[in-house]
Design a protein around this ligand. Structure first.
Ligand code: 13P
Length: 255
């Protein structure tokens, strides 16, 4: 089963609308025609309209949000709905990022509601999972990842899995400069695929794209993408520079 790589930039709380335009002008010229990899940019909400204006005419690049409310509308101060994201042509929504889990208290139950709201709106979740160092060293890696997957994918059907991307991001590798070794990432992502196989069967598991995230850089991208169960990246820090993100995308094309 061949899976198309998907390389996504998670800009987190960086890049003003003006900086977004400064990044996208050269970057979109580099990738102006469809390439054999899905390229996704996830700016902050305030920069999404500017990004949408520039990205929408470009067939090679898609737009993502970094979060979304599961509520449709109403008295939810500070929240952003699916309809708002659809209005600016968002195709993906990052859900369950470890920063949302640890800093904003999102648990698998709320992430599951967001997954359903995203799918119901016709957008594609990039569902993040990952263990802390303590959990890995304490022998809980497999149980943590299994319960994150089971909880956040509750009542998601096998057919709906076609629209879901999983991002495996070990918490200890995010923003630390410490990357999982290619072997560690491969072993863990193979395990993630086996959990998907238990939940949905071999065909769905083989078709689901699983990204790696955590200190991905131009210098380690090629080796990581060469692993059989790594189908792309969710990139933080190294996605803030157009040249460096373009190099990581190029590794994805070659991988
Ligand atoms: P870094 O690439 O900065 O480690 O961040 C990874 C990440 O959290 C992407 O979502």
């Amino acid at each position: 089963m061949s899976r198309k790589n998907i390389i996504a930039a998670n800009w987190k709380m960086n890049m003003t609308p003006s900086e977004t335009a400064e990044f996208l002008d050269p970057f979109l010229q580099t990738f102006s025609t469809r390439v054999n990899v899905d390229i996704v940019i996830a700016p902050s909400f305030i920069s999404i309209p500017k990004a949408s204006e520039l990205i929408t005419p470009n067939p090679a690049v898609s737009l993502s949000a970094q979060n979304m409310s599961h509520e449709a509308s109403g008295a939810f101060t500070g929240e952003t709905s699916a309809a708002m994201l659809l209005d600016v042509a968002c195709e993906y929504v990052i859900l369950g990022h470890s920063e949302r889990r640890s800093l904003y208290g999102e648990d698998d139950a709320v992430i599951n509601k967001k997954v359903h709201a995203t799918l119901a709106a016709g957008m594609k979740p990039i569902l993040c999972i990952g263990e802390s160092l303590e959990e890995r060293e304490g022998g809980q890696l497999e149980s943590v990842l299994t319960s994150q997957l089971e909880g956040s994918l509750a009542e998601v059907s096998a057919d709906q899995m076609a629209d879901i991307v999983i991002a495996y991001e070990p918490v200890w590798a995010i923003g630390t400069g410490v990357t999982a070794s290619p072997e560690q990432a491969q072993d863990t992502q193979k395990f993630v695929r086996s959990v998907l196989e238990n939940l949905y069967g071999a065909e769905v598991a083989a078709a689901t794209r699983i990204q790696y995230g955590g200190s991905v850089k131009p210098g380690n991208a090629a080796e990581l993408i060469g692993q059989p169960d790594i189908d792309g990246f969710l990139v933080g820090g190294a996605s803030l520079d157009p040249q460096s993100f373009a190099e990581i995308v190029s590794a994805g094309i070659g991988g």
